[in-house]
Design a protein around this ligand. Structure first.
Ligand SMILES: [Zn+2]
Length: 78
């Protein structure tokens, strides 16, 4: 789907937006499509939530282990 000049769609090209959506159009607040928790701190923090990275954010308890692994691997390559 081509990206036009509207504000629809993900706020950036980051792959993390596959599983999150900006709350009220603010990309610093990301709602998890798995557990409905709102992660503040942006898409990077949200990916830590999905990947269950310890330290900064609560882990997602509903994401599948397959996606958790995918996010963790892709996040390492950034
Ligand atoms: Zn979650």
């Amino acid at each position: 789907m081509p990206r036009g000049s509207t504000n629809k769609g993900p706020p950036s090209d980051d792959f993390g937006w596959k599983w999150g959506e900006a709350v009220d159009g603010q990309r610093s607040r990301v709602r998890c499509t798995f557990c409905d928790r709102v992660i503040t701190g942006g898409i990077t923090r949200f990916k830590e939530h999905l990947a269950a990275k310890k330290g900064n954010v609560a882990s997602c308890y509903q994401v599948s282990s397959h996606i958790r692994k995918e996010v963790a691997e892709q996040a390492e390559n950034l």
